[in-house]
Every structure is written in structure tokens, then in C-alpha cells.
Design a protein around this ligand. Structure first.
Ligand code: PGA
Length: 254
């Protein structure tokens, strides 16, 4: 596939995998994907498996991401994890503002913006998730919702930081449902997001930013989605939990 931006395909394992299971998965992925150079491949295990996975992928083309982090650097925040702690395990990416956290942990755009600033301060690349619910889509509010989420969660970023930020467009109705957005729906949303980034930053910056699609990405729909001009990768949940399906998604995307 011929695109200026390198595809970035990340597996969001969510609250799955013990350390032993995590090692089985990454060892299998290392074997299957050793020759892939065309795609940046990232795995995002739960915090408890970061150290072991980090060691297991040291000599590989897999990179490490976390699923969340605190907006604070240190201090009395029981149960929280700071960016500097992630850096100890060579974490390079961090998913921020996933819709499950927006829903269950009541994360707001303002909080996500503070986390993004903390991630950049530690040289971690944030993967910032946005997306509309089914009710919002059905009442033609998709673009309005995306604009509010992006203006809020990218507030305060410099152009340089924006270039090191990844956006994940994840329609809430497509996550874990087996009902992916069509290639046309994804392309339309991604083109809108890139246009908005051009207005918020500038055209050159917007051209650099990778925009992932997430929501029921599977081996059989990956190619069509990745072929869209403004789709630069995928954030994969369920299908990232098995060696076979995650590797097939990557191989089918090249
Ligand atoms: P899914 O999840 O691939 O299982 O739909 C995607 C995500 O939540 O990032």
C-alpha cells in the first residue's frame, strides 16, 4: 500500500491476559510478524504485564503501549500510574480517552488534554480516542461530537506535539459489536478529522498525523479499511487477543 504516512496498528488488550498468557501471545506475534517492516506494530497489555512483555519484545519489531496513565507526575494518587513509571519499561505509546474510560471512569476531554500534556512531557506518544455513539450518528451529530472531543482533548498541544500524537477514530457503536464502520463511513470521519486538524493547527501538521480506525477490525475487513486515503492504521480490541487474528490483520493491511 502506498501512503505517505506509515501504518500504525495497535492491539488494545483491555483487561485481558495474565503475565503467562501475555508472553504466549507476544512470543507468537514475534514469530509471525518478524519480517514485517511496512507497519508500526504496537501491543498494549495491562499494566501488570508491561515489564514481562517489554523484556520479551526487546529484540523484535513490536513496540509497547499502555492503556492509560495519570495526568500527574508523582504524589498521593492511590492506584494511579505516572508516565515516568511507564518509561521504565520502554513504553512508547499510551492510549488516552478510550470510550470505555470516558463511559466508566467519566473521563472528560479536559482531563484527557492534561494527560496528553503529561505524556508529551515524558516523550510518550498519546493515542487519543474519539468517536460518536449510535444515537449521535443517527441524529447527524457525528461531526459536531468529533469536533468537541478533539478541540477539548487536544487543547494546548503545540504543532510539534500534535505531529507526535495519534488520533484513533472509534465509533462507540462499532466497538466490540462485530459491526464495523464501513470503509466509506470511516473515510468520511477521518477526512473530517484531518480537515479539523488543519484548521486547529495547519495543513502540513494535519498531513503528518496518523489517524487510526478502531471498532470491530478483523482480518476480513482490515484491507478495505486500511486502503482508505485517510485511514493510517487500526486500534484493535478483540481480534488483538489471538496471534492468528492480529497477525492476519497486519499482513492483510500491507
Ligand atoms: P474491538 O475494540 O476491536 O473489540 O471492537 C476496539 C477498541 O476498543 O479499541
Amino acid at each position: 500500500m502506498n501512503k505517505d504516512r506509515k501504518l500504525l496498528i495497535a492491539g488494545n488488550w483491555k483487561m485481558n491476559k495474565t503475565v503467562a498468557e501475555a508472553l504466549d501471545l507476544v512470543n507468537g506475534l514475534k514469530r509471525e510478524l518478524a519480517s514485517v517492516k511496512e507497519v508500526d506494530i504496537v501491543v498494549c497489555p495491562p499494566f501488570t504485564a508491561l515489564e514481562s512483555v517489554s523484556r520479551a519484545i526487546l529484540d523484535s519489531n513490536l513496540r509497547l503501549g499502555a492503556q492509560n496513565m495519570s495526568e500527574h507526575n508523582v504524589g498521593p494518587y492511590t492506584g494511579e500510574i505516572a508516565a515516568v513509571m511507564l518509561k521504565e519499561f520502554s513504553v512508547r505509546y499510551v492510549i488516552l480517552g478510550h470510550s470505555e474510560r470516558r463511559q466508566h471512569q467519566k473521563e472528560t476531554d479536559d482531563l484527557i488534554a492534561r494527560k496528553a500534556a503529561a505524556a508529551h512531557a515524558a516523550a510518550l506518544k498519546p493515542i487519543i480516542c474519539v468517536g460518536e455513539t449510535l444515537a449521535e450518528r443517527e441524529t447527524n451529530r457525528t461531526e459536531q461530537v468529533l469536533e468537541t472531543q478533539l478541540r477539548g482533548s487536544l487543547a494546548g498541544l503545540t504543532r510539534e506535539q500534535m505531529e507526535e500524537t495519534i488520533i484513533a477514530y472509534e465509533p462507540v457503536w462499532a466497538i466490540g459489536t462485530g459491526r464495523n464502520a464501513t470503509a466509506e463511513q470511516a473515510q468520511a470521519a477521518h477526512a473530517f478529522i484531518r480537515g479539523l486538524l488543519a484548521r486547529m493547527f495547519d495543513a502540513a501538521t494535519a498531513r503528518q498525523v496518523r489517524i487510526q480506525y478502531g471498532g470491530s477490525v478483523k482480518p476480513n475487513n482490515a484491507r478495505e479499511l486500511m486502503e482508505q486515503p485517510d485511514v493510517d492504521g487500526a486500534l484493535v480490541g478483540g481480534a488483538s487477543l489471538e496471534v492468528r487474528s492480529f497477525s492476519e490483520i497486519i499482513k492483510n493491511s500491507i
